[in-house]
Ligand binder design. Structure first.
Ligand SMILES: Cc1ncc(C[n+]2csc(CCOP(=O)(O)OP(=O)(O)O)c2C)c(N)n1
Ligand SMILES: [Mg+2]
Length: 561
């Protein structure tokens, strides 16, 4: 083997591709050259290039979240590797299969003052499912088995369960550019992985199903709460709702806000103390993240229970569990009055919210969120930014089916949103839109600058309220106005249309909410990335949220609930 670095790179990339990797994203650098070339040359891998490592890792993360397949992010040595950290944290908390490949100098150059050399060992701490110091590739009879085994194990660790990031630190020495074509070490026949790992089945056992069904039967006044998180088959949620007679309180990100049991206005409903007191559930079955809980279902046995409310934890596949319990319940259960209380309140609250929103034609961010969700065609993916967008979608979106959802809710950063959406677009079949705030958009400006030359377009709907709108809802809003603006509101005064123009992106300013659906249709049909800018006002926005909650409370009084 004339060039073990080259052979290693070809072998590792081939093994990752055998494990299901179809996409990778790199940021340029010299030390990573063997892997960069191997990724570019492999026929089964689409390689995307991003200038900045933070964005490259978020791009890979977006592709991994949307596809469910492992996606690699590659960088050179030094601070480049550290720039992967935010996406690694998000991948850890959101359980996304991110393969982090950091190139390194050979061990003898470390801690010697050698150029661009930092300690990359276990750089991401406990956030990765597996760290491997691969070492300097060296030739030898066992080298191929070692390299392929590392690749197969990386895929197994990244895809879980639980899925998550994996970090391979790989040292390369000169020559970095191969003198001859080289070849990968032989793999298993027929393109099979070196070690095929069967993901652990986490299906509920019949006793668990019977016990839960008995509890559900004994508690007609229950709720199914679906937060963002584990993939939930909406059909299973529907079947459970029908069989239990329970209302369904689903964050749109769960995909389960649909069907006749959907209560889309729970945010406003449970803020009403009288309604909340009169409609306390006897049992809550929760799938994914949410603030309240009694029975928590998580396929990976994670413990997402910040409110420490879970009485029972079931580490099983939520769709299988809901479908099985629905079967066990045989026939419609529940208490009509209970379902009526919730669905009647939903009708009253929905009509109230929709009337208010329809009257606010000068852009209100909640209306933009509602209308964007409604206007996207079936098979579209909506990437939702942290801060107010994700809350507005939850508070105002009507039930609907047919969308895929991606949001960085694992660590709720406002960073990397643009890159995440571009990564989603690289693997999604249908159109992709992203809803984000102005600070999130500006935070990821390097990705905005690179967006126009990417082949897979995203329509960005940016609610520009010139700063962090969320802080107007927090106690900091009570600080003296100038102090609040300086430290929290942080108006930047930037012209985002100018940023879009510099980036070569088509853009349009929307001054009336009614302009959104036609502008969206046009943008999605354009075949290029687009920016739709909606100007907002942080103070007006906060006031309208309060008005909406008050109007729902009044409507509940009016209907005698
Ligand atoms: C990386 C990161 N830095 C800071 C924060 C804290 N933070 C949360 S929301 C927010 C403001 C976001 O502003 P924008 O994107 O304009 O959304 P808006 O609140 O106006 O809807 C900030 C700074 C964060 N969540 N993540
Ligand atoms: Mg903002």
């Amino acid at each position: 083997m004339a060039d073990p670095g080259r052979a290693f790179a070809l072998t590792l990339v081939d093994e990752l591709a055998r494990g299901g990797m179809t996409d990778a994203c790199l940021a340029p650098g010299s030390r990573s050259t063997p892997l960069a070339l191997a990724l570019a040359e492999h026929p089964g891998v689409r390689l995307h290039v991003h200038l900045d490592e933070r964005a490259a890792a978020y791009f890979a993360l977006g592709a991994a979240k949307r596809s469910g397949r492992p996606v690699a992010a590659l960088c050179t040595s030094g601070t480049a590797a550290a720039n992967f950290h935010p996406a690694v944290l998000e991948a850890h908390h959101a359980r996304a299969p991110l393969l982090v490949l950091t190139a390194d100098r050979p061990p003898e150059l470390r801690d010697t003052g050698a150029n661009q050399t930092v300690d990359q060992l276990k750089l991401f701490g406990a956030a990765v499912r597996w760290f491997c110091e691969v070492g300097l590739p060296t030739a030898g009879p066992a080298a191929g088995a070692y390299w392929r085994s590392v690749g197969a194990r990386a895929v197994a660790a990244a895809t879980g369960p639980p899925a998550g990031p994996v970090h391979l630190n790989v040292a390369f020495t000169e020559p970095l550019v191969p003198a001859e074509p080289g070849a990968p070490a032989a793999g298993r026949p027929d393109g099979a992985p070196w070690t095929a790992s069967a993901p652990l089945p986490r299906l509920p056992d019949p006793a668990e199903v019977r016990e839960l069904a008995a509890r559900v039967r004994a508690t007609p006044r229950g709720l199914l709460v679906a937060g963002w998180g584990p993939v939930l088959d909406p059909d299973a949620a529907d079947a459970f709702a029908a069989a239990s007679g329970w209302p369904v309180l689903a964050d749109p990100l769960s995909g389960a806000r649909r069907g006749p049991h959907a209560v889309s206005t729970y945010d406003a409903l449970v803020r009403d103390r009288d309604f909340a007191a009169a409609n306390r559930p006897g049992l809550v079955l929760r799938v994914g993240a949410a603030p309240t809980s009694q029975v928590l279902v998580d396929p990976d046995g994670a413990w997402p229970d910040p409110g420490r409310a879970a009485a029972i934890r079931l580490a099983v596949d939520p769709s299988a569990l809901l479908a099985a319990v629905a079967g066990e319940l045989d026939g419609a259960g529940g208490e009509e009055a209970w379902l009526d209380a919730w669905t009647g309140a939903e009708r009253a609250a929905r009509a109230t919210l929709d009337r208010l929103l329809d009257g606010w034609d000068e852009p209100f961010e909640g209306r933009v969120a509602r209308d964007l969700v409604a206007a996207l065609p079936d098979s579209a993916t909506l990437v939702v930014g942290s801060s107010m967008p994700v809350r507005d979608v939850d508070a105002f979106a009507r039930p609907r089916d047919g969308l895929a959802w991606v949001a960085n809710r694992g660590a709720s950063g406002i960073d990397g949103l643009v890159a995440t959406a571009l990564g989603v677009a690289a693997v999604a079949d249908g159109p992709v839109a992203a809803l984000c705030g102005d600070l999130s958009f500006v935070h990821d400006a390097t990705s905005v600058l690179g967006a126009a030359r990417r082949p897979d377009p995203v329509t960005f709907v940016v609610c520009d309220n010139d700063g962090g709108g969320i802080f107007s809802f927090l106690p900091q809003a009570g600080l003296p106005a100038d102090r609040f603006e300086e430290l929290f509101g942080t108006p930047h005064g930037l012209d985002l249309a100018g940023l879009a123009a510099v980036a070569g992106l088509d853009h349009q300013r929307l001054t009336r909410a009614g302009e959104l659906p036609p502008a969206l249709d046009k943008a999605l049909a354009a075949g290029r990335s687009n920016v739709l800018l909606v100007r907002g006002d942080r103070a007006v926005n906060a006031a309208r949220h309060r008005e909406a909650v008050a109007a729902v409370a009044a409507a509940l009084r009016g209907t005698g609930r």
